[in-house]
Write a protein that binds this ligand. Structure first.
Ligand SMILES: [Zn+2]
Length: 498
């Protein structure tokens, strides 16, 4: 963002005024004019935030305002870096304007690609990714556009125009008579690429766009919000299937294990596509899984923690407080060693399964206060993220759960003396298909989601430690990890069907 001072005008002044208002400082009318009231509000904000009180909005004041800005107001331009730049690069590439490597660095090639995209879309050609350019790029992240049918249109003509197929159009727009479309009707047009990216860093924003895109392209999927994170990000649940056996897969309890989020989302996309086209997944007919089971997925249990690790949260009050907490644990790299939620509670030590024992163990290891990992919280379910999973689990009768973590290529299948019926047999099938090894459960470990699920319901619940290496595993490992896990993810449903 450019530096703003009294006398400036423009869209970015409106962004400033809206952010000040959300932060509780009245800048008067949101008119895009930096006048005396806006200046007074800036000075008051600077004073309240320990900044130099000069009434000028430079990088430090912008950074302090960031938490009060909507994502679409956080404009990107040449010189910027991070996961939002990478997301824009992906959208540009999909739109046919190559930004070079998807490296998260807004350099010369990305700048040229933005300008070419703007020109082709009738936008102001300034190389700045602001609200209008973002809106125009959004379909290349969600994977669809809406189109109003005109007199004389046919599905095959529309399909041709957007480079898609009649089959894909009918999947997204189901109807009794596949030859009938009506002038004035709004159609979902799936764009000719997969929605779920497997080559860029994940953020809560990207996950929301993907969830929106998948449910639009595959209308038999459902999407709901089961709670909110500390910063207010939605905790999304997606479901597929019409069967009576409900199963639950979750990922990214731990922030620096975020590669597990695209694993679940990719599987969902492949399964939905296989079902819609009469195909198979993991060697099993998708229709069999669909009619026998209902799969529930929470792909991102810890959105704030993931945003911290991948750099989407890199300034502002949440970032500063996390960095302060991390400073008490200097041996753990920041933010790459961060597993906890944004206020330093390890979500997988926060479930009501012998939580007191877990507390004793972790305290003895020195994890006595909030930090990057292993702090159990002030009580079981003290965090909104664990509470949401707990409530969601209690509201459903899950026959089986999978919790995705990295790393180790291990399947944990047991909790203490609990050995649910069929749990071992199913785990053996999962081990065979993946090549992962089977272990009963980490010794002296309590209060995880799987621990609580098994203890409470005495049904099969697994922790999958996917991949090998140092967390966060690089996204370049995605294909290998996904290939190893398709069988596990399919078995989690198939093994329940006779
Ligand atoms: Zn983990």
């Amino acid at each position: 963002m450019r530096t703003l001072r009294r006398g400036d005008r423009g869209e970015d002044v409106k962004v400033l005024q809206r952010a000040l208002k959300r932060a509780g400082f009245d800048a008067g009318t949101i008119d895009g004019i930096f006048g005396s009231r806006t200046e007074a509000a800036v000075r008051a904000f600077q004073r309240a935030n320990g900044l130099q009180v000069d009434g000028i909005v430079g990088p430090k004041t912008w950074a302090a305002l960031a938490p009060y800005m909507a994502v679409e107001e956080s404009w990107l331009r040449k010189g910027d870096r991070g996961p939002y730049v990478q997301m824009i690069q992906l959208a540009l590439e999909r739109a046919g304007f190559s930004p070079g490597a998807l490296d998260g660095i807004f350099g010369t090639r990305t700048d040229a690609a933005v300008r070419a995209f703007q020109k082709a879309n009738g936008l102001q050609v300034d190389g700045i990714v602001g609200e209008r350019t973002l809106t125009a790029l959004k379909p290349y992240l969600t994977g669809y556009v809406e189109y109003t049918v005109k007199r004389g249109d046919t599905l095959s003509a529309i399909a041709r125009r957007y480079g898609t197929t009649v089959e894909a159009l009918l999947i997204a727009n189901p109807r009794e008579n596949p030859n009938l479309i009506y002038a004035g009707e709004t159609l979902i047009i799936p764009l000719p690429f997969d929605v779920v990216p497997t080559n860029i860093a994940y953020t809560s924003e990207l996950t929301e766009l993907i969830a929106e895109g998948l449910t639009a392209r595959y209308p038999f999927l459902t999407r709901s919000t089961i709670g909110n994170s500390i910063t207010g990000s939605p905790l999304l649940a997606l479901t597929i299937g019409s069967g009576s056996k409900h199963v639950f897969y979750n990922a990214s309890h731990h922030a620096n294990e975020w590669i597990t989020t695209p694993i679940l989302l990719k599987y969902l996309e492949d399964y939905a596509d296989a079902f819609a086209t009469g195909g198979r997944i993991g060697g099993v007919a998708a229709s069999r899984l669909y009619s026998g089971t209902t799969l529930h997925i929470v792909p991102l249990v810890n959105p704030d923690g993931v945003d911290l690790v991948t750099g989407a949260i890199d300034s502002g009050s949440y970032y500063q407080s996390a960095r302060t907490l991390a400073a008490a644990y200097p041996a753990i790299p920041f933010p790459s060693g961060w597993k906890a939620n944004i206020r330093g509670v390890d979500l997988n030590c926060n479930y009501p399964a012998d939580w007191e024992k877990e507390r004793e163990i972790k305290f003895a290891q020195g994890y006595t206060k909030p930090g990057p990992q292993n702090y159990v919280g002030t009580a079981a379910l003290s965090e909104p993220e664990t509470r949401a999973l707990y409530d969601y689990t209690r509201a459903h009768d899950f026959a089986l759960t999978l919790s995705y973590h990295t790393q180790g290529r291990v399947i944990y299948w047991k909790y203490q003396e609990y050995e649910p019926e069929n749990s071992y047999a199913i785990a053996q099938k999962m081990a065979t298909t993946s090549g992962y090894s089977l272990e009963t459960g980490p010794a002296n470990s309590y209060a995880g989601y799987r621990d609580w699920f098994i203890q409470t319901y005495n049904k099969p619940g697994y922790t999958i430690e996917a991949g090998l290496g140092t967390n966060p595993l690089p996204i370049s490992q995605f294909n290998t990890i996904y290939r190893d896990n398709i069988g596990i993810l399919t078995t989690g449903m198939d093994a329940l069907l006779s």
